[in-house]
Design a protein around this ligand. Structure first.
Ligand code: MG
Length: 372
């Protein structure tokens, strides 16, 4: 039941390097399989979003986050008759370029790279799948389809867009990506807003009392409380969050289906030329925004999170300085990259690290009693 305006592997704009098609998988399935087999994908297990990886076994990592995004995105794609395999593949790849230590790491690395073209995790995800993964005899990267690479690149400055070829064009021409990519962006947002509430409550950094100011949460909490007055706290939270996710997903599907029907697109080119069609209703957009504001103020800027972020920034900065001054301290392949672009090679090496690897590497380089 693929909609005529969905991405279709048979009409894919293709891969950067010609390859014979797979006999049993469509092009997007093949993309997804390549992503799952990549080194960068496995590293997501030890990279964080908000909490640092070793802080607790129950918190989300970038791997479990990506799986949640894929699962939500796939459900939404099915409802809207879009290509599920492409949506899933974009979701699994969307965070591949993230640095260790979440946003703190990204900000620190971007700051270090200020005089060398900056660092942007979104662009780095593209760099990982186009260049840094080394698995195939005939090409660098994973040689993914245009549709997959288009979906990974959520935002991009005009300056960078001019340097990255085909997938940069839409930022210059101000057009939009496939609906599969649009769905994944929203699934990402729904996933992290909700799992951050869950992780925030579990860690004790935020409380149910504080969340009384968040309409999206309170509406569902009250429904659960009145239906199950004796429910224990843990189940109360899970039941509330699962309902929040559901409300957001249903609203997104309803509103997006309406916008698509209004435009009546005939093919994927109509989608690319049209305004962004996937969205929440206005009411839900406001509620979702309030939830994000709450999380920013109370969780992402909590003093305990700030302390960890400050440490993370110091580690990234010190690693960057030490490698930039002496590229001979990096593994051989990055020394090779450094011949083309010294600072970028250092950024590539650091961005690929997991949280715990960055901590160990820092110790190996700075603590006198450590060897190797
Ligand atoms: Mg994400």
């Amino acid at each position: 039941m693929l909609a005529p305006y969905a991405a279709n592997p048979e009409n894919s704009l293709g891969r950067q390097h010609q390859e014979p098609p797979s006999p049993h998988r469509n092009a997007f399935q093949r993309d997804r399989d390549r992503i799952i087999h990549s080194t960068a994908f496995r590293r997501l297990e030890y990279k964080t979003q908000v909490f640092v990886n070793h802080e607790g076994d129950l918190f989300r990592t970038r791997l479990t986050h990506s799986l949640e995004v894929a699962q939500l995105a796939r459900g939404i794609a099915r409802t809207l008759n879009l290509h599920e395999d492409l949506t899933e593949a974009i979701a699994l790849a969307h965070d591949l370029g993230h640095t260790p230590f979440g946003h703190a790491g990204q900000d620190a690395l971007n700051d270090c790279m200020r005089d060398f073209g900056g660092f942007e995790h979104n662009l780095q995800s593209l760099r990982v799948v186009e260049k840094l993964e080394q698995r195939y005899a005939e090409f660098d990267g994973l040689n993914l389809t245009f549709e997959l690479r288009e979906g990974i690149l959520k935002h991009c400055s005009i300056k960078n867009a001019k340097q990255i070829g085909d997938v940069g064009l839409r930022f210059i021409n101000k057009t939009n990506p496939s609906l599969e990519a649009q769905v994944t962006n929203f699934a990402d947002e729904i996933a992290y807003n909700n799992h951050d509430i869950d992780d925030g409550l579990r860690s004790g950094l935020i409380t149910i009392e504080q969340l009384q100011s968040v309409e999206l949460f309170v509406l569902q909490l009250d429904i659960v409380k009145s239906k199950y007055p004796k429910l224990e706290q843990k189940r109360l939270i899970h039941e509330t969050i699962r309902r929040m996710i559901n409300v957001l997903v249903v609203d997104l599907c309803t509103q997006s289906a309406k916008s698509i029907a209004q435009l009546n697109p005939q093919n994927i080119q109509d989608i690319r030329q049209a305004p962004y069609l996937v969205s929440f209703s206005e009411d839900m957009m406001a509620k979702n925004h309030a939830l994000k504001q709450f999380l920013r103020k109370n969780l992402y800027q909590h003093y305990k999170v700030n302390r960890m972020s400050a440490k993370a920034e110091r580690i990234i900065r010190e690693l960057f300085t030490v490698f930039l001054n002496d590229i001979g301290l990096m593994p051989h392949e990055f020394q090779q990259y450094a011949k083309e672009d010294r600072a970028r090679a250092v950024a590539d090496y650091i961005a690929g690290m997991t949280d715990r690897f960055a901590i160990r590497e820092h110790r190996r380089l700075f603590a006198v009693e450590e060897y190797l």
